[in-house]
Design a protein around this ligand. Structure first.
Ligand SMILES: [Zn+2]
Length: 531
C-alpha cells in the first residue's frame, strides 16, 4: 500500500504549515496554514491548493497560530466537508483567531483595491471572509491529549502537549500494518515545539520509537542563553526603564495570543513591585482582548504560580477594543506602553502606531518574537533606516530593541534534544518550517550524532515522498510545483526592490545640493538604459 506525504507548506524557507497524506483508504491534512512573509509566498494564499479540498476526509490541527490554521476557511469554502480535530485550547483560540483573520483579509483587500482602483488596476477578492471563518468553526471536533482518535480507516492519531501555545500539540500517527513486518507505521509531526522553561506552559512531551519524525526548525540555528523568570523580567524591566527615560511611547508588536498575555503579566507585576515606572498599558487589539479572556477562563490549566486573574485586572491595563478607543490613544504623549498585533508588524493596528511614532527618536519599538524574512518587523530588526507603511515612506528614528526571552519556540539545542529523545527513529527525519540557515543549523546538530546524515531530508515546497518503503522515496510528479525552487530559497525580489527605492531616496536626499542630485539621477538613468 502506498502512503504518500506532500509538503504543501512548512517546507524549506516556507512558513505556512500543511502536510497532505494520500493513502488508498483516504486523504487527510495535518495543518492548513496561511503563508506569511515575502509577497511571492503570500501570493500562494490566493492560488489553488495542490490537492482537491473536497477529497480531504479529515484535518488534524497542531495549534491555533495562523501559519498553521489560517487557510482552513479557504479549504472549507472550496469544498472540504470533513471534521477538524483539535484540542479544546486550540478550538477556543481559533474561534477568535479565524474570524479575526477573515476580517483582516476583508479590510486589507478593501484598502488594496482602493489603491489599485486609483491607479487604474483591477481589484482582487479576499482569500476568505469573516463569514467563511465562522462557518469553518462548526467543523471543529475536540480531542484530549494522549488519547487515540480515528482519522480515516486504518489510521489513528494521538496529540501530545508541545508546550508552545495554549492547546498546542505534536501529533503522532499510526498506519495499521504499514510498518516493518506488518507492524504499524509510526510518524510524529512536531507542530511548533516550545522551549523548556516557558512562562504559562509545561515542557514539550512526545513518544519515542518511530519510523519518521517531521520536525520544525524555526530557531534551529540559534543557541539562546538559558533564561529564568527572574532574568526575563530583569531584561524587560531594563528595556522599559530605558524607554521611559526616552520619554516617548513604547510600542510592543506582539502576537495576540500568549505572548501578549505573558507581557502583560510581567509588566503589571514589575509595576506593582515598583521596578519600572507606572504608566498606562494599552492593549490595542480586539483579538488579543478576546484571547486574554480565553486565558482568564483557562487560568486553572496554566502555571499555578502565576496569579493571572489578579494581574489581568490591573488598573494600568486599558483594553481599547473599538476603533474610536484605539484612536484615542493618540492623545497620549510622553511615556506609555502600547501592545498591538501583529507581532511581525505586517498587519493590524501596530502599523498605525508605527506610522505615528517610528520617525520620533523618543519612541522605542520592542520586538519580542520571531520576525520572518520579508516582514516589516524583520526590516526593523535588521536596522533599516526607512520603511514603507501603507504606501508611505517613513524614516526610522525610534530606538529598535529586541528581546528573545518571550519566544514560544525551542532553540537549536532544545530542538536537537527533542529529536534525540524520539529515538529509535527507524527510517528518517524530515526537517521543515525554517529559513535556510535555521534548517541547516538543525541538520548539523543532529547529523550522525542522532541519526545518519543520509536519513535526514529537507523537502522543498510541494515535494512528495513515499513513506511505506524502507526509506523515504521521492516521487516525481510533473508540473506539481507552485514555486520554482530558486524563488523559494532566494530572498524575494519585492523586498530587494523596496530596499533599492529607499536607498535611492536616501542618497538623493543626502546629496549636497540639487546639482549633485541631478548627477545621481543621470547616473541611475544611464545604468537603467544599459540593462
Ligand atoms: Zn506556532
Amino acid at each position: 500500500m502506498s502512503i504518500a506525504i506532500q509538503f504543501c507548506g512548512a517546507a524549506r524557507t516556507v512558513t505556512g504549515s500543511c502536510y497532505f497524506f494520500n493513502t488508498p483508504t483516504g486523504r487527510f491534512l495535518v495543518d492548513c496554514g496561511l503563508f506569511q512573509g515575502p509577497k511571492t509566498l503570500k501570493a500562494l494564499n490566493y492560488g489553488a491548493f495542490p490537492f482537491r479540498p473536497a477529497d480531504i476526509d479529515t484535518v488534524l490541527l497542531t495549534h491555533a497560530h495562523i501559519d498553521h490554521s489560517g487557510l482552513l476557511p479557504k479549504l472549507k469554502r472550496e469544498g472540504f466537508s470533513g471534521p477538524i480535530l483539535a484540542t479544546r485550547g486550540t478550538i477556543d483560540l481559533c474561534s477568535y483567531m479565524l474570524p479575526d483573520a477573515g476580517n483582516i483579509q476583508e479590510t486589507e483587500v478593501a484598502a488594496l483595491n482602493r489603491r489599485s482602483a486609483a491607479r487604474g488596476h483591477p481589484g482582487v477578492t479576499p482569500i476568505y471572509t469573516q463569514a467563511d471563518a465562522i462557518t469553518t468553526l462548526d467543523a471543529f471536533r475536540p480531542v484530549e491529549y494522549q488519547a487515540w482518535y480515528k482519522v480515516i480507516p486504518g489510521v489513528r492519531a494521538r496529540y501530545w502537549n508541545a508546550g508552545h501555545l495554549l492547546g498546542s500539540a505534536s501529533i503522532e500517527l499510526e498506519f495499521t500494518g504499514q510498518g516493518k513486518d506488518g507492524r504499524p507505521l509510526r510518524v510524529l509531526l512536531s507542530g511548533d515545539v516550545g522551549p523548556d522553561a516557558k512562562l504559562l506552559e509545561p515542557d514539550p512531551e512526545a513518544p519515542a520509537s518511530l519510523d519518521y519524525v517531521i520536525c520544525e526548525s524555526t530557531y534551529g540555528d540559534s543557541d539562546r542563553p538559558p533564561t529564568t523568570g527572574t532574568l526575563r523580567r530583569a531584561h524587560l524591566a531594563q528595556e522599559v526603564c530605558d524607554a521611559a527615560a526616552a520619554r516617548g511611547a513604547l510600542l510592543i508588536p506582539a502576537f495576540a495570543v500568549e505572548r501578549t498575555q505573558e507581557l502583560i503579566v510581567d509588566l503589571v507585576d514589575l509595576m506593582d513591585r515598583g521596578e519600572i515606572p507606572t504608566a498606562p498599558i494599552f492593549l490595542d487589539s480586539p483579538l488579543a482582548i478576546r484571547a486574554t479572556e480565553v486565558f482568564r477562563k483557562d487560568a486553572a490549566s496554566l502555571d499555578p504560580d502565576v496569579d493571572l486573574n489578579r494581574l489581568l485586572a490591573s488598573r494600568q491595563l486599558h483594553l481599547t477594543e473599538t476603533v474610536d478607543e484605539s484612536k484615542s490613544i493618540a492623545r497620549f504623549s510622553g511615556f506609555h506602553i502600547i501592545i498591538a498585533a501583529s507581532g511581525m508588524c505586517d498587519a493590524g493596528r501596530i502599523r498605525h502606531h508605527l506610522k505615528r511614532w517610528l520617525w520620533r527618536k523618543e519612541a522605542t519599538v520592542l520586538l519580542v518574537g520571531f520576525q520572518a524574512q520579508g516582514t516589516l518587523g524583520r526590516f526593523l530588526r535588521d536596522g533599516t533606516k526607512a520603511v514603507r507603511i501603507q504606501g508611505e515612506e517613513i524614516k526610522v528614528a525610534a530606538r529598535i530593541k529586541y528581546i528573545d526571552e518571550y519566544s514560544g519556540h525551542a532553540d537549536g539545542p532544545e530542538l536537537a534534544r527533542w529529536i534525540a529523545a524520539r529515538r529509535t527513529i527507524h527510517r528518517g527525519v524530515f526537517i521543515t518550517h525554517g529559513e535556510e540557515p535555521a534548517l541547516k543549523g538543525l541538520v548539523d546538530r543532529i547529523a550522525e550524532r542522532t541519526i545518519p546524515a543520509a536519513q535526514i531530508f529537507t523537502p522543498l515546497l510541494d515535494d512528495i515522498y513515499e513513506l511505506s518503503t524502507t526509506a523515504p522515496t521521492p516521487i516525481d510528479v510533473p508540473r506539481r510545483r507552485r514555486l520554482a525552487p530558486e524563488s523559494v530559497v532566494n530572498l524575494d525580489w519585492h523586498n530587494d526592490m523596496s530596499k533599492l527605492l529607499l536607498d535611492i531616496n536616501e542618497q538623493i536626499e543626502a546629496a549636497a545640493d540639487d546639482r549633485a542630485r541631478g548627477v545621481i539621477i543621470r547616473k541611475l538613468r544611464r545604468a537603467l538604459e544599459q540593462t
